[in-house]
Write a protein that binds this ligand. Structure first.
Ligand SMILES: [Zn+2]
Length: 335
């Protein structure tokens, strides 16, 4: 089986080379935006290192027990350390506990592997604790971290890892991949590729989550209505939102983040920038809105949305946050 991963050719050939005996290092850091394929790449590397029946050097079969267990994330020598449910960051205790495991001899593999996704969410204490494992790694230890960017981690951590930086594919390349490799119908493939901004993992998770896609559409429809509404109706919208869905912080954050993608599209269209729109299905409305609003005002709206997300994250009252945002929206009369 080939690695069968869209793009990332340089990273793949690097890791294939590092899967050869004597070439494997103790620590890797895979960076890139969410949904770009960091974990998929890490797991493919783990399969290559452990496959019981590799079809060729640097490949894995995808069928043997080791490959299947790694895919199902229950391989005994691979620990995946995630942020605990309900927590915002990775804690020092989790790192210490992991280090006890890392120090043990592997059950069956050459390595004791630990994958830590999104290490940018580690606390300073957790980061400093991890440093010990990087400075004096147990002889059979293999650590793979992922993060949004190298710069989000302590420099002392990044400098002790082999760093692989992943970038999204072009929207067109991803669209072709979804059409040809995933047998997704053309209109949907196009939409998903745009929504995901070329990030294959994100496109596939959208594809498997129709509720999320529907919620996305609903949020944009709501925004269209709000732009045509006066203040009183906007406040009524918030009432309805609270009654319909409860007033969870996540709901509000989702709504605002979705609207933000719309306004970014409006800016792209306004500036006639050669960048693919995220919400290609709403292209007409984006173009109409772009014609009605000057760029300074679009900039202001973008900032208001970004600030609202920061405020939500800082635990401000969600209702107040969204009220402020709706007050800042212009009144358009777009049909
Ligand atoms: Zn295998």
């Amino acid at each position: 089986m080939q690695w069968n991963i869209l793009g990332h050719e340089t990273a793949i050939s690097f890791l294939k080379n590092h899967s050869k005996p004597g070439k494997t290092r103790h620590a890797y850091l895979i960076t890139g935006p969410d949904g770009v394929g960091r974990e998929t790449l890490a797991l493919a590397f783990a399969k290559t290192l452990n496959c019981q029946n590799p079809p060729a050097e640097g490949e894995f079969c995808g069928k043997c027990l080791a490959c299947r267990q790694i895919d199902e994330q229950r391989y005994p020598d691979l620990m995946i350390l995630r942020i605990s449910e309900g927590s915002k960051d990775l804690k020092i205790d989790q790192i210490r506990e992991m280090q006890q495991t890392l120090a043990l001899a592997p059950y069956q593999s050459t390595y004791r592997m630990v994958l830590i996704p999104d290490f940018q969410h580690a606390t300073i204490g957790a980061s400093n604790a991890l440093l010990k494992s990087l400075e004096e790694p147990p002889s059979k230890a293999l650590l793979i971290l992922t993060a949004d960017a190298k710069e989000s981690l302590l420099e002392t951590i990044a400098s002790r890892c082999e760093v692989l930086r992943l970038r999204p594919s072009s929207v067109g390349t991803l669209e072709g991949f979804l059409l040809n490799e995933k047998a997704i119908v053309p209109a949907r493939a196009k939409r998903l590729a745009h929504l995901a901004g070329g990030r294959v993992g994100r496109a596939l998770s959208f594809d498997q989550n129709q509720d999320l896609l529907d919620a996305y559409d609903e949020a944009l429809t709501d925004l269209g209505d709000l732009l045509n509404s006066r203040l009183r109706e906007r406040l009524q919208f918030i009432e309805r939102l609270q009654q319909r869905k409860g007033a969870s912080r996540e709901q509000f954050a989702f709504l605002i983040a979705t609207w933000l993608t719309f306004w970014r599209d409006v800016m792209i269209r306004h500036e006639r920038a050669d960048i693919p729109l995220v919400n290609i299905d709403h292209e007409q409305r984006i173009s109409e809105t772009a014609q009605l609003i000057p760029s300074r005002q679009i900039e202001k709206i973008l900032k208001v949305h970004e600030k609202a997300l920061v405020n939500l994250d800082a635990n401000l009252n969600p209702r107040l946050v969204i009220e402020n945002l709706l007050l800042a929206l212009p009144l358009l009369m777009v049909v």
